[in-house]
Structures are given as structure tokens and as C-alpha cells.
Design a protein around this ligand. Structure first.
Ligand code: ATP
Ligand code: MG
Length: 574
């Protein structure tokens, strides 16, 4: 492609609303333009990058046996009412009425549509398993669309759905998608982690998020420094402590703690460490009271409480509820004498003899023994993992990383097939619900995440598999017939090598061309000019490492191939 015939509107300045690097660079390098909040046009260069990602996704989906189709973007409300999501999906679901006053929505995802399709077609276990996928534009009316392609309202997603006759089959389908996702992100040459995510009611390891590692990522993940355990901090497990400190706890006593309602205040006043204080958090779980006991320096994880109890709603108790259930204002609740159900975090099993609230205004208890002073309760994993916690699998250290969620695989189980009655007949002719899974890749977000991970102060550093063009060939001297002839020769050679090349043939200063080459980020840059030709060389630059090499014209083919291989090797690619 010749730049002069192409459309690459590069900009010197980034738009004012661009808060993150990928957004700034996507606009400046001429890949996207904003139409309105959270909605972007993909310009030719941007579309090329998107297509690169789509093709790899498509190849890996096909390889895993998934079948491509294309579902409508506009969906009737009836299906969403059937699944129960018309009511529960928030304002992200863009709803509208057609001319006949029928309610519709723009698809933010396609579980309803695909379940409706499959229940109408699949009758027998012989037609299963079945995994269908599409690459399509989704619409989610995000409350805060931002960061360009990272969180748009309109975006491109690959979504796949699996249907199985039994649980073992559903797990195999899940595993096949998990492996396909790993191959996708490996082939894209991105540094990523597959992290365990919250699998809600299904439980087990049946939800993984694929995170592209980048310091600017919105998600926090923990990753083991020894084994391959990685998890979203929201979900990361903690284990019961291995050993317990044994000692006789002196008799319980009361201390006055006037107006001291936080762990920090009580710790300072009583001269104890926060980790020797039990904090009692009162919750309303599906309308009923629950007290959760945590070590003073730990944080509650509401999702864990919710999953443990299989509850639909878990919220913090109001000050009135705290007063009613504990007999004391907020800050003084404690487990002794409390008449509501109790759960204690695992960490509390490591020792005994605690400071805790006295269920009485302005008082705390000293030497509280969970075993001796508190009515029967259970220990459970209830807290957010902390940076110093060991890996729950192997006990080694954990590191905290930041990531961008680019993919999500999820076992749905019977959620939609039950609600929408998607059944098949098994071998014995009995009706059974299909077991489903859903699997998404944010195709447009992948391009943004790729740039968040790979850029420098001069611009984008595209990994070869995502780059709109692999080689950026620059003619430094349009007036020289010799240079022009050489450039054409090299351009034809690169084409014959199967390398997509962008030829900068603009009548511009060399400085502008160097800048634009770095900004647009092709992995390999080649510069042909009079000075080089008199010395018998073409200059080559590896955009990633910045390494420059002179390729001798009398051995151009071999030296170029060696250079290209070194660039690809730098990306860990063959
Ligand atoms: P997030 O937590 O980031 O809002 P999600 O968990 O709601 O995403 P899924 O429903 O799992 O997203 O969708 C599958 C994939 O689609 C995500 O992994 C992500 O890569 C992509 N995606 C989701 N929302 C957006 C968006 N607003 N803009 C761009 N890509 C998105
Ligand atoms: Mg997700």
C-alpha cells in the first residue's frame, strides 16, 4: 500500500478527552475517530488491525470445532423477558420500541437469541455437542464509556456458546474454548494471564478471564511466582492457616473505648495491633441478618459471602439494623452474645484471645476467645486476598499485577436452558436441559490492550500479528530516480515475501516520515535514501528494540530475511 493513495490521517496532538495511551495513539496514528460518546469509526488502518485479530480468533475457533454464524443485532424483548434479564439487566441494555410498539433491544450479548435458535432446532442428544460463534458488533450503554476502544458503547466481540448433553461434555467444551483462548493470545504475541474469575452459582474453576498485562489495566490480579495459579483479586482464594498458636486465654474483660469506632482508633488506644482485633461486620443476606468476623487488618469480600451462602443479595446492614441486631451503634458490634448467625474468616482460626466490640456503646472486650465465648459458628474463606498471602495452591509468594480483561470463558450450566426451556431427548428418550457455556473475546478491546502493553513515547509498537502493516518502507528521496527505482524493487520483493508493506511515498520531509513511522508502529522500518545507496546500503530499524542495521544491497535478500527473523524472534514469534 502506498501512503499517498491511502488514508492515514495522523495528528500531532491527541484529543482532549483521551485519558489513556491507547486512546491517544489510536486517534493520533489515524486508526479511529470518535463519532459520539463511546462510539468510534474504524479507519482503514484501524480496520486492518481489527481484521488481524478477528482472523486469528476465527482460525482458533474453527480449529476448536466451533461453527461460525451471524446473529441479529436487534433483539425482541420477549426473549429477555423469558430469561428474566429484561428486568435485571441494567441501563446498559439499550431498549426501544419499533413502529408497532413492540419492545426491542440492541444486543449487548446473545445468550437469549442463541438459546432460542438452538431450542428450535436441536431435538436429540445426537446433535450435541454444539458450539456456535459469531464476530459481531455489540452495544452496551456503558455508564462511563471511556478510554477509547477499551470501554466503548459500541464494540466488536467474538461470542461463542456451547450446548452439551451432560456435565462431562460441558466441561470438555469449556476446556476446548479455554485452550483456544490461550492459543489466540499466544499467537497475538501478547503477555497475558488466564485468571480464575468468579463463577457465581456454578462454583468450581469454570470461569476464567484472560487478562493482557499492562500497568494501566483496570483489573487487579494476583499471580503465583512459582506455579501457574492466577486469579482476579475479587475471587482469589485464601486458605486456613496451617498451624494454630495454642495458649490459655485469660478471662474476658471490658475496656472503655469512648467514640472509638474504627479498628485503627481502637488499636492505637488499646496499644494492640490491628491483627489482634476481630471486626464484626453485619450484613443483610436476602433480607436476613448475618455477622461476619474478620481480622482487623483484613478486608471483607462480599462476593465470597454471596457464593458461600448461595444468596441473591448481600448488602451491608444499615445503622438502624446494626442497632437492632447488636444493641449498639456502628463500631461496637461484637460476636459475644450476638443472637444472629455468625461466620468467621479462616484467618481467625490461627490464634485466640482477641479484642472485639462489646455490643455496647463505647466499650470493647479484651481476651475474647472464639472457642470459649462465642456460640457455635463456622470458619470460611470470606476475605479479600492481601499482598502478603501465600499462593492458595502451592504456598509460594504471590505478585499483584494489573490487567485488561480481553476475554472471558464461563460455564453457564442450566441458567438459560432452564429459563427458556431448551431441551433435548437423551438416549433413553427422556427430556433434559442442555448444559451451556459462553465465551467472549473483546476484539476491539484487544487492539487497545495491545497498544497499552506495547508503546513508547514516540508511538505504537505493534506486535507483528496485530500490525496493520508488517514493514514500513520509506522513500527518503522522491526526486532521485535511483532511489525511486530501488524502492520499487524492494516493495515488489517484500510483496513476493508475503509481507504487508506500507510504502511512504509522500512528498514530505524526512523528519516527518521518521515520526510517522514510529507513531504508526509497523514492526520493521526500512529507509531508502541517496546517502545510503552511495554507500550500498538500506537502513533497517526494529521498532520494538530500536536496533538499527545496515542491509547491504549486494546481499539484500539474505540480510533482510535475517533481520526480519531477528525482529520476529524479539517478539517470541517464529
Ligand atoms: P467489563 O468487566 O470490562 O465491563 P464484562 O465482564 O462485562 O467486561 P463480558 O460480558 O465478559 O464483559 O464480555 C466479553 C468481553 O467483551 C470482555 O472480556 C471484554 O474484552 C469485552 N468487552 C466488554 N465490555 C466492553 C466494552 N464496553 N468495550 C469494549 N470491550 C468490551
Ligand atoms: Mg467478563
Amino acid at each position: 500500500m502506498r501512503w499517498s493513495k491511502y488514508y492515514i490521517p495522523t495528528l500531532k496532538e491527541a484529543p482532549a478527552d483521551a485519558e489513556v495511551t491507547s486512546h491517544r495513539l489510536l486517534v493520533r496514528a489515524g486508526l479511529i475517530r470518535r463519532l459520539t460518546s463511546g462510539i468510534y469509526s474504524y479507519l482503514p488502518m484501524g480496520l486492518r488491525a481489527i481484521a488481524k485479530v478477528e482472523n486469528i480468533v476465527r482460525e482458533e475457533m474453527n480449529r476448536a470445532g466451533a461453527l461460525e454464524l451471524l446473529l441479529p443485532a436487534v433483539q425482541p424483548a420477549d426473549l429477555w423477558i423469558e430469561s428474566g434479564r429484561w428486568e435485571h439487566y441494567g441501563k446498559e441494555l439499550l431498549r426501544f420500541r419499533d413502529r408497532h410498539d413492540r419492545y426491542c433491544c440492541l444486543g449487548p450479548t446473545h445468550e437469549e437469541v442463541i438459546t432460542d435458535l438452538v431450542r428450535g432446532e436441536v431435538r436429540s442428544y445426537r446433535q450435541l455437542p454444539l458450539t456456535l460463534y459469531q464476530i459481531q458488533t455489540k452495544f452496551r450503554d456503558e455508564i462511563r464509556p471511556r478510554f477509547g476502544l477499551m470501554r466503548g458503547r459500541e464494540f466488536i466481540m467474538k461470542d461463542a456458546y456451547s450446548f452439551d448433553a451432560d456435565d462431562a461434555g460441558a466441561n470438555r467444551s469449556y476446556q476446548a474454548m479455554y485452550e483456544a483462548y490461550k492459543r489466540i493470545f499466544e499467537r497475538l504475541a501478547l503477555r497475558f494471564r488466564a485468571v480464575e474469575a468468579d463463577s457465581g452459582a456454578i462454583g468450581g474453576s469454570f470461569s476464567h478471564e484472560f487478562m493482557v498485562l499492562a500497568s494501566t489495566g483496570e483489573d487487579s490480579i494476583v499471580s503465583c511466582t512459582r506455579c501457574d495459579y492466577a486469579a482476579n483479586v475479587e475471587r482469589a482464594e485464601t486458605r486456613p492457616p496451617a498451624d494454630k498458636e495454642r495458649k490459655t486465654v485469660p478471662a474476658i474483660s471490658e475496656a472503655l473505648t469512648p467514640d472509638l469506632t474504627t479498628v485503627e482508633q481502637v488499636a492505637e488506644f488499646l496499644k494492640v495491633q490491628a491483627e489482634h482485633i476481630v471486626k464484626t461486620i453485619l450484613l443483610e443476606v436476602d433480607g436476613k441478618p448475618l455477622a461476619v468476623l474478620l481480622r482487623g487488618d483484613h478486608e471483607l469480600n462480599l462476593i465470597k459471602v454471596k457464593n458461600r451462602l448461595g444468596a441473591a443479595s448481600v448488602v451491608l446492614a444499615s445503622p438502624e439494623q446494626v442497632r437492632e441486631w447488636s444493641g449498639s451503634p456502628v463500631g461496637f458490634a461484637g460476636p459475644v452474645g450476638l443472637q444472629i448467625p455468625l461466620l468467621a474468616d479462616y484467618a481467625l482460626s490461627s490464634r485466640d484471645g482477641w479484642v472485639c466490640g462489646a455490643c455496647k456503646k463505647d466499650a470493647h472486650l479484651l481476651n475474647m476467645s472464639l472457642e470459649r465465648d462465642v456460640k457455635p459458628f463456622e470458619f470460611a474463606d470470606l476475605r479479600a486476598i492481601a499482598p502478603k498471602d501465600p499462593c492458595p495452591r502451592c504456598g509460594a509468594g504471590l505478585e499483584t499485577l494489573r490487567g485488561i480483561e480481553v476475554g472471558h470463558v464461563f460455564k453457564l450450566g442450566l441458567k438459560y436452558s432452564k429459563a427458556m426451556n431448551a431441551v433435548f431427548l437423551d438416549e433413553k428418550g427422556r427430556e433434559q436441559w442442555m448444559i451451556m457455556g459462553c465465551y467472549g473475546v473483546g476484539v476491539s478491546r484487544v487492539v487497545a490492550a495491545c497498544i497499552e502493553q506495547n508503546h513508547d513515547e514516540n508511538g505504537i509498537i505493534f506486535p507483528p500479528p496485530v500490525a496493520p502493516f508488517t514493514v514500513h518502507l520509506v522513500n527518503l528521496d522522491l526526486k532521485s530516480a535511483e532511489v525511486c527505482a530501488r524502492v520499487e524493487e524492494i516493495y515488489a520483493f517484500l510483496d513476493a515475501e508475503g509481507l504487508e508493506t506500507l510504502l511512504d511515498d509522500r512528498d514530505e520531509r524526512a523528519g516527518v516520515k521518521f515520526k510517522d513511522a514510529d507513531l504508526t508502529g509497523s514492526p520493521i522500518q526500512l529507509f531508502v535514501g541517496t546517502k545510503g545507496l552511495t554507500r550500498g546500503i538500506v537502513e533497517a530499524k526494529d521498532r520494538r528494540s530500536g536496533a538499527k542495521t545496515e542491509l547491504p544491497l549486494d546481499d539484500f535478500v539474505a540480510s533482510f530475511r535475517a533481520f526480519k527473523n531477528s525482529v520476529f524472534a524479539g517478539w517470541g514469534l517464529p
